[in-house]
Design a protein around this ligand. Structure first.
Ligand code: FE2
Ligand code: FE2
Length: 207
């Protein structure tokens, strides 16, 4: 069997769908690889900033790494702007949709809302409400998103910052996307993990 027998989904049988499931599993296993290739495309995206979108993403991820943040945070920082490629008007939601099955609920929420939180830094210059984040004040992850934006996002447009390369983060991306999707042990609803960990940061910096 090289393809299914049907031309309309309603005509498929158990054998067809078992065959398709196998294909889907095989294709899904390549997600990390495709995302890493997409990150390279971010390097070509239109910017106007002093750094490319890839440069910005690597800088955000490097700051997360240096802070001793865990894998979920580092990968979320790396991929938070990946939605820019296909969804420039809701890039935050797009990126969150990609990572949501494989990271903590906390990180997916922060990535989803970071666009609104970022307005604090420039909303007044573009006729947008800088305090749009206030709509989420009661959310348990509000402070995490505020910290994510302050420390890793709005700060990561510095061409002189020495960021780690994409190859450094590749194994972390592979690890995250090889997890079982929507595993409650991964999504950990309601759990808040701090963005930094001094002991891990010290080990990573070799001090
Ligand atoms: Fe963004
Ligand atoms: Fe960003």
């Amino acid at each position: 069997m090289e393809t299914v027998k049907f031309t309309q989904m309603k005509d498929g049988d158990r054998e067809d769908y078992a065959f398709l499931t196998e294909h889907e599993i095989e294709y899904a296993a390549g997600t990390a690889h495709r995302l890493l290739a997409a990150m390279v495309d971010l390097d070509k995206s239109l910017s106007g900033y002093k750094v490319t979108r890839l440069g910005h993403s690597l800088q955000a991820a490097t700051r997360a790494w240096n802070a001793g943040a865990d894998t979920d945070w580092v990968v979320s920082a790396l991929l938070h702007d990946i939605g820019d490629i296909y969804a420039p008007y809701n890039h935050d939601e797009y990126a969150a949709a990609i990572i949501r099955p494989f990271v903590r609920e906390q990180c997916a929420w922060v990535v989803e809302k970071h666009g609104d939180f970022q307005l604090l830094y420039y909303g007044e210059h573009v006729g947008a409400n800088p305090n749009k984040r206030e709509a989420f004040r009661d959310n348990p992850y509000f402070e995490d998103c505020a910290e994510f934006c302050e420390r890793w996002d709005q700060s990561s447009f510095d061409p002189d910052y020495s960021a780690l390369p994409l190859t450094f983060f590749a194994p972390l991306v592979e690890e995250v996307f090889s997890r079982k999707s929507y595993d409650p042990a991964v999504t950990r609803a309601g759990v808040r993990v701090p963005l930094s960990d001094q002991r891990t940061a010290a080990i990573r910096s070799g001090k």
